[in-house]
Design a binder for this molecule. Structure first.
Ligand code: ADP
Ligand code: MG
Length: 232
């Protein structure tokens, strides 16, 4: 059942009139003001803007990691902020894949084990190991399955992080400066993988980046200026 009032077929992420303010000792710090955004299944959005403009805040709210001050977020037809904490955690684990600037792989686990971590939280009956192996093959790491993260290059670590983010075939993929620590060649490979895989999975993709050339590769590039989204 579709819970959201404004759900339309094809829209995977809908943000409506989102405002985010952090309380400070004097005034509220308003980071985002009346931001609205639709991202369809299989489509991608890039978000640019100077440091501190609210890019990570927007991504974290879209990723259900923090609530908006006002406005609504609808993911795959549901408002996740109406769920209780454990249902929200399950929703996030299943439907949202996160890729950060830092890979956040577990250092003591192999590449294959790292990709399987989300399936320990929400196990599904099908062949998760087979799926992990085939994803690692897709990101070019099939001969690195038993490596520890410290034994990988930066680009390889980020490719492993992408495989982990996609193990549940999430409806929404959120990437916060995923190529920020990479050289140009590795950055291009990571960007290629994100664009190919989100289309294959028909996921919505939102990527925060400082690179104009990277942003131009996604369907809709935006800037955040004065707390508002502006199409480039
Ligand atoms: P960006 O990712 O664009 O660099 P952020 O979204 O991380 O920026 O932060 C936007 C603004 O919100 C910054 O000025 C930051 O200091 C402030 N901010 C972020 N998180 C918090 C928080 N939890 N409490 C108070 N202020 C915050
Ligand atoms: Mg940030």
């Amino acid at each position: 059942m579709r819970g959201a009032f404004d759900y339309q077929s094809g829209i995977m992420l809908a943000i409506r009139d989102l405002t985010k303010a952090y309380p400070t000792r004097s005034d509220d710090l308003v980071v985002l003001k009346d931001v609205s955004l639709n991202v369809d299944a299989g489509k991608s959005v890039a978000i640019m803007g100077p440091s501190g403009c609210g890019k990570s805040t927007l991504l974290n709210i879209a990723g259900t990691l923090e609530p908006p001050t006002s406005g609504t977020v609808t993911i795959d037809g549901r408002d996740p902020f109406t769920l209780d904490a454990s249902a929200l955690a399950a929703f996030r684990n299943r439907r949202i894949g996160f890729v950060f600037q830092e890979h956040h792989l577990l250092p003591q686990c192999s590449v294959l084990e790292n990709v399987l971590v989300p399936t320990l939280i929400a196990h599904d009956g099908d062949d998760v190991v087979g799926r992990a192996r085939s994803l690692l093959d897709r990101v070019g790491l099939s001969d690195r399955l038993e490596h520890r993260p410290a034994e990988l290059s930066g680009g390889e670590r980020q490719r492993a992080a992408i495989a982990r983010a996609l193990i549940h075939q999430p409806k929404l993929i959120l990437a916060d400066e995923p190529t920020g620590n990479l050289d140009r060649k590795s950055a291009n490979i990571v960007a290629d993988l994100l664009t190919q895989l989100h289309q294959e999975f028909e996921s919505a993709l939102v990527v925060v980046t400082h690179s104009k050339s990277l942003a131009d590769r996604f369907d809709q590039p935006f800037d955040i200026r004065d707390g508002q989204l502006q199409a480039q």
